[in-house]
Design a protein around this ligand. Structure first.
Ligand SMILES: [Zn+2]
Length: 138
């Protein structure tokens, strides 16, 4: 059956991400925080500011407070997701704009990254990539 939805699966988001972010995600460790209605939260240590953590949120209508990490693995493989990260790169390198434009961003962002990423390359920051990698999506 042909899929008409404009959202993207986790693997498609990873495939559209730039090589630099993918390489930088390699040694990052993510930690599960909590499930809420339609969202799951992770924290990832900041490399530039020791002791600081970035919060990664993945969203799907299939996620509930009763979802388990095992369920989540299947959700991430089968369903379209939306993403967000609290880091500067996600906002200033245009990933927030790019994901929102692709209907894969949780929060609206209308500012085009004209200075830092004029060609709008990439999709996910290294923190989101690190979270997805921990579920075998890389
Ligand atoms: Zn990030």
């Amino acid at each position: 059956m042909r899929r008409l939805k404009c959202e993207l699966k986790a693997r498609e988001l990873v495939n559209r991400s730039d090589l630099k972010s993918r390489l930088r995600s390699k040694y990052l460790r993510s930690q599960f925080e909590k499930f809420t209605e339609n969202e799951v939260y992770f924290s990832v240590d900041s490399q530039s500011s020791p002791g600081k953590k970035h919060i990664v949120i993945l969203s799907s209508p299939s996620i509930t407070e009763e979802t388990t990490t095992k369920d989540l693995k299947q959700i991430l493989q089968r369903e379209d997701i939306k993403v967000a990260c609290s880091c500067d790169a996600f906002l200033y390198q245009g990933f927030k704009f790019i994901t929102y434009k692709a209907q894969a961003g949780i929060d609206p962002e209308g500012r085009v990254p004209v200075v830092r990423n004029p060609r709008q390359k990439g999709m996910l920051c290294k923190h989101i990539l690190a979270v997805l990698k921990s579920f075998g999506i890389q």
